[in-house]
Structures are given as C-alpha cells and as structure tokens.
Design a protein around this ligand. Structure first.
Ligand code: HAM
Length: 435
C-alpha cells in the first residue's frame, strides 16, 4: 500500500478491528442489559451540540479539553466531552415525555483533548445512567446497584473492584466549619480532586494560593484521610446531612446486596463542579487503573442550565479502563466472533443452490456465512478457517446430485458426507459447546 496516508488514527483516537468486537459487544450488552433489567429507558443525543451548552466557568479541566469548531453557517459547535449537558437539554425540552421519576440511560462517544495515557484517550464511549426527579438516597443506591450489575455481567465481582463513596456537601460543611468561605468551595474542590495525581506539596501550594491557611490545609488533609464512617464524628456533628445520607446509602446498599462493594473514601471529590451531594468512583482493587466509572448527585445543574429545580444523580462509565481491566483478568480475544456455519461450493452451477440453502439457514436463525464464488475444497476450507467458521457445508457435484454435502467440523477436522438434516443436528450440537 502506498504510504501517502498516515495509517494510524489521530493521536489518542482508536480504531476497532473485527476481533475487538467480541469484547465490545459483550460490554455494550452488559451496559444495556444492566440498565434495562433495572428499569432504565434509553435516549440518544447528537455527538455535537452548541458550544454554549458545554461552556463552563468553574475552571474544570473538561472545559479546556473541548473540540470545538464553527460550522458553515457560523454556529459555534463542540463535540460532546460528556453526555450530561445534552441530556439536560433533551430532558428539559421534553419533560412530559419522561416518567415523573425518570431512570434513563445512553451510550455515546465522547471527545476530550486529553493527554493520552493509560486509561485515558481523546475519544471514548461512555455509558450513562441517570435518575431525574428523586431527592432520596434510594436513587444513588439504585444507580450503584445497576452499575455493579453491569460489572457482574462482565464477570467481575468485589474481589476485582470497589466503589469509593464520599459526599461533597459533607466536605463543604466541614470546610465552612474550619472557616473556609463557601464562595471558595467550587474552586477548591477542583484543586482537591487532583490530590491523588499531584505531589502533596504542589497541592498545598495551590490551596494556599486559593486562600487557605496552613492550619486549614492541615485540617483538610486529615479529613481527606478518613476511610471509616465512624471516624467522621470527629469532623462533623452527628446530625450533619451529608453524614446521614452516607449512612443511609450504606444501609440501602446492604438491602440491595452490594455493601461488599462500597467503601467510604473522603478524598473522592470528582473533577466536575456540578456535583452537590454524594459522589463516587469505582476502581480496581489494586488501583492499578484509572476510574472505572464515576458520578454522583447534581441537584443544581438543572437550576443553573434550565432554571428548573429537578433533583438528579447519575454516573458515567467509560469503555477504556474496563477493557484494560477485563483484558488483564480474562485475556484479549485473538480472533473474531465465530460463525456457526459457512457454505461453499465447487462450481458456479452449484452457486444458486448454495445461496438458497444458506438463506434458509439464516431465516431459521442459524448464522451462516456464504462463499461468494466457487472454490476448490482446499481454498474454501482455508477461507472458512480464517473466518472462524465452526462448521462448513460444501457442495461438490457428485454429492450434491444425491442431496448431500461434505460436512466438516472445523474444530476437530472431522469430515463426513451428510444429509441436510444432519447439518442442522451438527449445528445444534456445536452451538451447545461453542456459542
Ligand atoms: P467523568 O468522571 O468525567 O464524568 O467521566 C466518567 C467516566 O468516563 C470515567 O470514570 C471514565 O470511565 C470515562 N472517561 C472519562 N474521560 C475519559 C477519557 N478521556 N478516556 C477514557 N475514558 C474516559 C462524567 O463525564 C459525568 N458526566 C458522569 C455523570 C453522568 N455524572 C452524572 N451523570
């Protein structure tokens, strides 16, 4: 091939080969099955939306990572970096089309001009589940149950990952109690969120720059070390709302059978400024990878964007980290998805017979690939093998005259002359073992 075009996708973007589809299909099914089995309704929004919708003023990284452009009519457009703003627009414009408490989900590709590293790309697919219209912590609990379900469907359990939970309102109340003015909180939380990614000294300096004094920084650092709910009594009063909500979440997680997945971690802040209450992020148990998913309550976003008081919580679950995690545990598929049957034939006279039979198989629900031209047996078997056919049915002139086929099990290599009914039986047997 001429090397006039660069054969790599743009930096940070991915191509998916046919063999990648085995895992991707599993993942997309896990997302949809988990969401739909828990009562979530699907919506979709365009991959681009107006720049204005995504524009933020809180100094969040995401606003600097937007891919934006002016279209041919002079509109300022951006590729979505997350699904949430478009979801808010869609819901706000069509509220009567949703149940009063709306459990909704979507899967879409998002674009962020990030430094491409392990677990972070410049494009990723994100599964979002959100619950709109419910103030109670039952909503967060049901969201987490649904996300855990998806991970369980993929074969991961509490030995593989944990969900770390915290509360922004709790942190906010604590900051007020140590004398940090509320107006500063949004800016401070963006900084504190970087805690795990930057050296403590760098964080200290930026907190000082943002107006915190040494004593307050020391107190904050002690707060961010808390990993047990009982230890919080030393920081906030027992009746603190954020604390009560966290306790309630742990009780509800128990009722839903997911408490072994949940852990308190007060250093979970989240990098997006719209969160107001409980926040959470899931990580592999060894914390080798970046966050598997993240989300929380964002009760004020609708108020800010649409002047409507709609309580909301939700989460985003990307396809990059989970793919790495599953590959580390289960390995990467080396070949593409098998097809149960492939039909070939010796000469062009047999082509239409083969076409008629292959189309019948497909109509009967047997996946069947068809050779599109006549091939010698050797060439056909090589092609079928490369395609990953489990069985092949080959029409050769002598056998075809008697209504027979050369049936080959591509896994064992066993070859027989068979009637049509035997092909169906062979497909049934091989399906029980391999599909
Ligand atoms: P986020 O934490 O920015 O939240 O992203 C959610 C998840 O998307 C991350 O945990 C990660 O799995 C994946 N993700 C994000 N950026 C990248 C990237 N550059 N490369 C690979 N994966 C990535 C949000 O986007 C919120 N809108 C989630 C939400 C929905 N909150 C409420 N509802």
């Amino acid at each position: 091939m001429s090397s006039q075009i660069d054969l790599n996708p743009p930096r940070g973007m991915r191509d998916f080969l046919p063999k990648d589809w085995i895992f991707r299909q599993k993942l997309m099914r896990a997302f949809t099955d988990a969401a739909e089995s828990c009562g979530f309704l699907r919506y979709e929004t365009p991959v681009v939306d107006s720049y204005e919708l995504f524009e933020r003023k809180a100094g969040e990284e995401i606003s600097e990572q937007l891919y934006d452009f002016t279209d041919k009519s002079g509109r300022h457009i951006a590729l979505r970096a997350e699904l949430t703003p478009s979801m808010v627009r869609l819901y706000f414009g069509n509220q009567n089309q949703f149940p009063s408490v709306a459990k909704i989900y979507s899967i879409g590709q998002c674009f962020r001009y990030e430094r491409a590293t392990k677990g972070r790309k410049r494009e990723h697919f994100q599964w979002n589940i959100d619950i709109l219209g419910e103030r109670g912590v039952s909503a967060e609990a049901w969201l987490l149950f649904t996300a855990v379900r998806a991970l369980n469907i993929l074969g991961l359990d509490d030995n593989d990952f944990k969900v770390y939970v915290s509360s922004r309102s709790l942190l906010s109340d604590y900051l007020v109690s140590i004398g940090v003015n509320e107006e500063k909180h949004a800016e401070l939380m963006v900084l504190i969120d970087k805690k795990e990614k930057i050296p403590a000294e760098v964080l200290r300096d930026s907190l000082k720059e943002a107006g915190m004094n040494e004593e307050q920084i020391g107190q904050l650092f002690r707060f961010l070390e808390v990993k047990e709910i009982d230890q919080l009594a030393a920081f906030v009063p027992a009746e603190n709302e954020g604390l009560l909500q966290l306790k309630e979440l742990f009780a509800k997680a128990e009722a839903l059978g997911i408490s072994s997945y949940l852990k308190l971690n007060t250093s979970i802040i989240r990098g997006l400024s719209y969160y107001t209450g409980i926040v959470f992020e899931a990580f592999d148990v060894r914390k080798e990878f970046r966050a598997i998913f993240g989300g929380g309550r964002y009760d004020h976003l609708f108020l800010k964007m649409a002047d409507k008081d709609i309580p909301a919580c939700g989460l985003g679950f990307g396809d990059v980290v989970i793919e790495e995690l599953c590959a580390a545990k289960f390995g990467r598929p080396e070949t593409y998805a098998p097809v149960r049957l492939m039909m070939g034939y010796f000469n062009e006279e047999l082509q239409e017979k083969a076409m008629s039979l292959a189309s019948d198989f497909v109509r009967e629900g047997i996946d069947c690939d068809l050779a599109l031209s006549a091939q010698s047996p050797k060439k056909f078997f090589t092609q079928a093998n490369k395609r990953g056919a489990l069985l092949t049915a080959y029409l050769a002139p002598e056998e075809a005259e008697k209504g027979q086929f050369i049936l080959k099990n591509m896994i064992t290599g066993e070859q027989t002359v068979a009637e049509l009914s035997q092909i169906e039986e062979a497909v049934r047997q091989i399906s029980a073992v391999h599909v």
